[in-house]
Structures are given as structure tokens and as C-alpha cells.
Design a protein. Structure first.
Length: 190
């Protein structure tokens, strides 16, 4: 039939059904957490431990629909470049990804932070010594974090992160961490 997108083999209809179901699921994942029919949460909290400094932070960074500015200042300091001490604003959507992952994992576990913010100088030095460090890393903009979750195999954290379809997800099985960022959706293994 002229102008028809159906090749006659039945694949178009199943492809359309698939795309509709993916779009529906994506809408649920992108909806505010309280809009999923669950009781509204009194706040969103993530717990962190820095693997380099030993510092810990339990951050109730959001109440309802509002981020807590004072808590975000503490998060910025906690996720500073531990090599230089430089502090940079952290994208709060990164914390939302961590929170959504712990909801999916059905646990309130502590994240072990391998890397948060990196100054351009630190990133350049790491890039020179490792092919796994991007010259344009989102770590330099406070939009990336490298973590593992206590009590959850890193391969499982990786699977859960991929299921979010939110930002970049890198899996580094030999170094035992997952890279998460608020950039465009993409995936890789290092």
C-alpha cells in the first residue's frame, strides 16, 4: 500500500507496541518520586563515605520538592577534589540518581565514593596516567560521581543504573565501581 510504513512482515506493529511501552515506563521513571502513587516521602537522604579521606555524610538533601541549600553546601564540600581541596557545586540531580538507585535496590545503604568533583588540573593529571579518564569529564563540572554501594555487588548496581535510563553509566569491574553522571544517556565499560 503506497505511503504505508508497514513492510507487511508484522514487525512495525510490534515495534510500535515496544516503543509505546518503553515511553510509558520512561515516563514513570522520570516522574517525581511522589507521583508514583506511593506515600510522599518526608525527604530524600543519601549516605556517603569517601574512600580516600574516610569522611562520612548522611545528607537529607531534599524535602518534598525543594532541595536543601545548606545541605547541598555540605555535599559540595564532601565531594570536593580531595587532591586539591577545591570545592565546586554538585548537580543535585546526581543525588537524585543515587536516591533512585537505593529505592530500586530496596535498601538505604551507604555509597562508597571513589571520585566526585575533580578540578581541571586533577582531571588532566589523571587523564595523562589513565586512558579511562576523559579529557572532558563531567567530574570537572560537578555532574559525575564514581561509587559502589555497600552490601550490593557492583555488577547489580550497574544493572540498576542502566534501568534508570538517566545520564551516563560506566562500569569498571576491575576497579569495582560504577560511574554515574547527569549528561546524555549513554553506557560503556572500562
Amino acid at each position: 500500500m503506497p505511503g504505508s510504513a508497514d513492510p507487511g512482515d508484522g514487525t512495525t506493529l510490534s515495534r510500535r507496541r515496544f516503543l509505546r511501552s518503553v515511553a510509558g515506563c520512561t515516563g514513570l521513571l522520570l516522574a517525581p518520586l511522589g507521583a508514583l502513587g506511593a506515600e510522599p516521602s518526608p525527604g530524600r537522604t543519601v549516605s556517603l563515605v569517601n574512600t580516600h579521606t574516610g569522611e562520612t555524610l548522611s545528607a537529607r538533601y531534599c524535602s518534598g520538592d525543594a532541595y536543601d541549600a545548606g545541605c547541598l553546601v555540605r555535599v559540595n564540600h564532601f565531594l570536593r577534589d580531595f587532591r586539591s581541596g577545591e570545592v565546586h557545586p554538585i548537580d543535585p540531580r546526581l543525588l537524585d540518581i543515587l536516591y533512585r538507585l537505593q529505592v530500586l535496590a530496596d535498601r538505604e545503604a551507604t555509597y562508597e565514593v571513589i571520585s566526585g568533583y575533580r578540578s581541571p588540573q586533577t582531571n588532566a593529571a589523571l587523564h595523562r596516567s589513565s586512558s579511562g579518564v576523559s579529557v572532558h569529564s563531567l567530574h570537572m563540572y560537578g555532574r559525575a560521581i564514581d561509587v559502589r554501594m555497600q552490601g550490593l555487588p557492583t555488577c547489580k548496581l550497574h544493572e540498576l543504573a542502566l534501568s534508570l535510563w538517566s545520564g551516563g553509566v560506566g562500569y569498571y569491574p576491575h576497579s569495582d565501581f560504577v560511574h554515574l553522571d547527569t549528561g546524555r544517556v549513554r553506557r560503556w565499560e572500562g
